[in-house]
Design a protein around this ligand. Structure first.
Ligand code: SF4
Length: 116
């Protein structure tokens, strides 16, 4: 079972229900289509605010292997690339959740530095 977490933009959570991210996760579409035929489990749905280091440590502890950074983070978060680099030390990172793979910024990095 592959354990996954979704990291979304704090400011967006004031208006967004997370429906787009969750719909694509459960239907295995868009960024999650790569998991067709693979058992996946959603371990966390967290936003970027507060004590993010603590939240990431808890995700690591819970066995999360891959973090999908939300599409709204990719499109609107000024520190997106630094954030992706930071989390890719401990996790494989996919740089979007729903919508086009080719968004405003495309950045998908794994722990090995390989783009995925
Ligand atoms: S990517 Fe879409 S559904 Fe997910 S948190 Fe951002 S706006 Fe909401």
């Amino acid at each position: 079972m592959l354990k996954i977490a979704i990291l979304v933009r704090e400011e967006t959570t004031a208006r967004c229900t997370g429906h787009g991210c969750l719909r694509s996760f459960f239907a295995k579409t868009e960024s999650f289509s790569r998991y067709r035929g693979v058992d996946i489990e959603l371990i966390g749905f967290l936003h970027s605010g507060g004590d993010l280091d603590y939240k990431l440590a808890k995700m690591k502890e819970a066995g999360v292997q891959v973090i999908h950074v939300s599409t709204c983070m990719r499109g609107k978060h000024p520190g997106y690339e630094e954030l992706v680099k930071k989390i890719s030390v401990d996790f494989d990172v996919v740089g979007y959740t729903h919508g086009s793979e080719h968004g405003k910024i495309i950045k998908t990095v794994s722990v090995t530095g390989k783009y995925i």
